[in-house]
Design a protein around this ligand. Structure first.
Ligand code: GDP
Ligand code: IMO
Ligand code: MG
Length: 421
């Protein structure tokens, strides 16, 4: 069987959690492949809202297997809280959640270092979630990291202390305050929780599942515009958020990938610093934020809001080889007389349909206006019942991208989903 990859095409928070949960019934395995607790994936069903950071969004279907792939970075403290919360709803995960031994550990000092480095950047701050992501991936590529599989080795404590002490020196040089004892205590308690799960050679397991005929949905975190290579560098995260990341983050060959499902909001949001060409810093932006409840799932920060950017979307579709699209938050656009969509940029006096190398900050979006729709669409479940203006909006996106929009999400609940095929 094959792997389908579902990933965010914008700046994260496109609704990946909701859609992975809604699609889980069609798969045997749900696997996260990169990122870590910087992710906040929201699921809503039966009147309950759940936010996941490290655990794949298939976890609420007890018959399904969930895998945390080698491409992730895991904070035992956050992981433990997630486990406690989900267990509190009566879900026992020890049988259907596996963790790759090759995923990397976020140390308490990685988190402190993240904060110290951000603090030292002044106005050049990335707007990091301060979960220790950057420093942990830095240690991974610098070949100094500690992996989940190391927790069972006799020299684990020695390795931990050596890395911690290197971090402490750096943090001290940045004049950042440290009170490590309580952080270490909860961290080692979290390590014990990780020990109660099955730690696996994820790459062998996932390939074995595929050869047994099992189907896999790979769940991305963040979005393509935050990718370490292709995002608006340096205002990016530290992992490969594109489809290529699914191969390296799970240990699967490119030829195992069947569908690449790209998910995007009907408009755009971004949390943290960095360029955002279609950003609305006016009442319309405020309206999108309030109607869309655009506040970060991980940090609670207000998300910056703006019109849909098709230049960025086409770029992400190209990078990922997206075969089908899912559009979320269509309901949030209800009530506007006119909607605007950026189809190209003016850059250094020229019109371009490409994302420039140096800075998205210097582009001026060129918009096409489309008529909006007035009715509340949250109750709609059949595409024929969607307002004609919304159908035209979707057709316009399909024409501009050359990729079909197969699902339209009209609300946060699992059920608030309309098939567009
Ligand atoms: P993720 O990181 O991609 O999983 O997205 P987040 O969970 O961070 O943010 C998406 C937010 O939008 C969450 O609060 C979801 O419950 C919510 N959401 C998802 N799809 C829809 C939708 O179609 N309409 C509305 N109104 N909210 C949605
Ligand atoms: P999900 O999976 C939105 C942003 C941060 C910051 C930049 C770097 O929920 O879509 P980091 O903590 O990774 O060093 O922060 O990336 N960021 C996200 N924005 N959704 C996310 O994840 C994000 N994860 C990181 O706000 O601008
Ligand atoms: Mg999120």
């Amino acid at each position: 069987m094959k792997v389908d990859v579902l990933l965010g095409l914008q700046w994260g928070d496109e609704g990946k959690g909701k859609l992975v949960d809604a699609l889980t019934m069609g798969y045997d395995v749900i696997a996260r492949f990169q990122g870590g607790p910087n992710a906040g994936h929201t699921l809503e069903f039966e009147g309950q809202k759940h936010i996941l950071h490290t655990i794949p969004s298939g976890i609420f279907h007890s018959a399904k297997i969930n895998l945390i792939g080698n491409g992730l970075v895991i904070d035992p403290v956050v992981f433990r809280k997630e486990v406690d919360r989900i267990s509190g709803y009566g879900f026992n995960m020890t049988k259907n959640l596996f963790i790759s031994k090759k995923s990397h550990l976020i140390l308490p000092t990685h988190r402190l270092l993240d904060a110290a480095l951000e603090n030292s950047k002044g106005t050049g701050k990335i707007g990091s979630t301060l979960k220790g992501i950057g420093p942990t991936y830095t240690d991974k590529t610098g070949r100094d990291g500690i992996r989940i599989g190391d927790i069972d080795l006799p020299d684990f404590r020695i390795k931990y202390e050596a890395l911690r002490d290197t971090h402490l020196e750096k943090i001290k040089a940045l004049n950042f305050p440290v009170d490590l004892e309580p952080l270490e205590k909860e961290w080692f308690e979290g390590i014990e929780v990780i020990r109660s799960f099955t730690l696996v050679n994820g790459e062998y397991l996932v390939n074995q599942w595929l050869s047994e005929g099992k189907s896999v949905l790979a769940e991305g975190a963040q979005g393509s515009m935050l990718d370490i290579d292709f995002g608006s560098y340096p205002f990016v995260t530290s992992s490969s958020t594109t489809c290529a990341g699914a191969c390296t983050g799970l240990g699967i060959a490119p030829s195992t990938i069947r569908d690449v499902i790209g998910i995007f909001k009907a408009y755009c949001t971004r949390v943290g610093s960095g360029p955002f060409p279609t950003e609305l810093v006016d009442e319309t932006g405020e309206r999108l934020r309030e109607m869309g409840r655009e506040y970060g799932s991980t940090t609670g920060r207000p998300r910056r809001c703006g019109w849909l950017d098709l230049v960025a979307l086409r770029y992400a579709i190209m990078l990922n080889g997206v075969t089908r699209l899912i559009m979320t938050k269509a309901d949030v656009l209800s009530g506007f007389d006119t909607l605007r969509v950026a189809t190209s940029y003016r850059y250094k006096g020229e019109i371009t349909r490409e994302v420039p190398f140096d800075s998205l900050a210097d582009v001026e979006p060129i918009f096409t206006e489309l008529p909006g729709w007035k009715s509340d669409i949250r109750q709609i479940r059949h595409k024929e019942e969607l307002p004609q203006e919304l159908r035209n909006y979707v057709s316009f996106i399909e024409e501009q991208t050359g990729v079909p929009v197969t699902v339209i999400s009209v609300g946060p609940d699992r059920e608030e989903t309309v098939s567009n095929t």
